[in-house]
Design a protein around this ligand. Structure first.
Ligand SMILES: NC(=O)c1ccc[n+]([C@@H]2O[C@H](COP(=O)([O-])OP(=O)(O)OC[C@H]3O[C@@H](n4cnc5c(N)ncnc54)[C@H](OP(=O)(O)O)[C@@H]3O)[C@@H](O)[C@H]2O)c1
Length: 331
């Protein structure tokens, strides 16, 4: 069936300014790391993307290696774009991709050289059948390539018109600061930083968030639900078809420890008192910080997406609730 976007798609979403840029991003963005690859159900993937756009999610986050197999999420997304988002609808979308992890054999298939970043983006554009992406990221810092080379490559990608903005992902506070300085000198200020951040992973609070604020760079935390741990789904074992139950991916059954489950249970009880699901509480806990532009979720169904979208109905926290969360996380 052909798709025509909902006419009320901009009515219920909140849009936040990304750092000190001209770009507004939806409070929730959708990532295609899992559930959109060659091994996944294409029809389900298409339904999720259509529904996300209908609810005001304008930002879709990809990377060269998303799948599995690597590259297949971009191919599938390209198919969906071609059929459902042709013509001027492209101008309503912010599409991101990244390069940093291994994509092809030999010394030029990963990390942060100019050679790798530019070839990889060309491949991503081909897979998605696009002329440009809106945001292109260096996916991880490269300890061996000079930072200048990686930043110059990002700036020239913008000059070539293959990306409109650039971002850094997984850079620590010190490297991010150095990168922002170089990019500013080159006239291509960094738009956004993408770190792992959730109730269970809080390294960004030790300096990175302050650096982002200082440089006017936005922040898009990934794995805000700790890949599904910060929901009620693992409280009674590992459900079939869940990320921890699948043979591929990075959430392994051994990650679901008794210590984590104990905290999840207490957080789940608190979420109930707030009349939220735990997933909604984990997302709003991130959004309460004004330095967070948008939270980057992953979902395996339209139902999960709806559950997460409903977090926007209850964003407020009392001091007491925040203290209770801290105490649970420290317990
Ligand atoms: N820059 C980087 O290095 C990097 C690394 C990782 C991810 N990312 C980006 O961040 C995005 C999000 O990461 P993520 O997928 O790990 O995010 P996440 O939101 O922490 O985890 C997503 C998973 O949580 C479960 N889930 C989501 N909503 C739920 C709900 N309402 N109720 C119950 N379960 C729910 C689903 O698991 P099931 O599949 O089990 O149903 C879903 O696949 C990725 O798609 C990617 O774009 C970037």
């Amino acid at each position: 069936m052909s798709y025509s976007p909902s006419p009320v798609r901009y009515d219920s979403m909140t849009y936040n300014r990304c750092g000190k840029s001209g770009i507004m991003l939806p409070a929730l963005s959708l990532g295609l790391w899992h559930n959109f690859g060659g091994v996944d159900d294409f029809k389900n993937a298409k339904q999720i993307i259509r529904h996300a756009f209908d609810k005001g999610i304008t930002h879709f986050d990809l990377a060269n290696n998303y799948g599995p197999p690597p590259g297949s999420a971009e191919e599938n997304f390209g198919e969906i774009l071609k059929k459902d988002f042709s013509g001027y609808l492209r101008d309503e979308l912010i599409i991101s991709s990244k390069a940093g992890y291994r994509m092809w054999p030999g010394p030029y298939g990963e990390w942060g050289s100019r050679k790798y970043l530019i070839s990889s983006l060309d491949q991503s554009l081909q897979r998605m059948k696009l002329d440009y992406v809106d945001i292109f990221y260096s996916h991880r810092p490269d300890p061996l390539t000079p930072l200048e080379e990686t930043m110059y490559a990002l700036a020239s990608i913008v000059q070539q018109g293959k990306a409109l903005y650039v971002g850094l992902s997984n850079y620590n506070a010190e490297d991010a600061r150095k990168g922002f300085e170089i990019l500013k000198r080159l006239g291509t200020p960094c738009l956004i930083h993408q770190p792992k951040y959730s109730m269970f992973e809080r390294w960004v609070e030790d300096g990175l968030l302050n650096v982002l604020e200082e440089y006017g760079v936005g922040c898009i935390p990934f794995s805000p639900l700790a890949q599904g741990l910060l929901t009620n789904k693992y409280l009674k074992g590992i459900p079939e078809g869940s990320r921890a139950g699948k043979p591929h991916g990075f959430l392994r059954p051994t990650d679901i420890t008794d210590e984590k489950l104990n905290k999840i249970k207490k957080l789940n009880d608190l979420a109930k008192k707030r009349k939220q699901s735990l997933a909604q509480m984990a997302l709003t806990w991130l959004l309460k910080d004004k330095r967070i532009t948008t939270v980057l979720i992953g979902v395996s169904s339209v139902e999960q997406l709806n559950d997460n979208l409903a977090c926007l109905n209850n964003l407020a926290y009392s001091e007491e609730e925040l203290n209770e969360i801290e105490n649970i996380l420290k317990s």
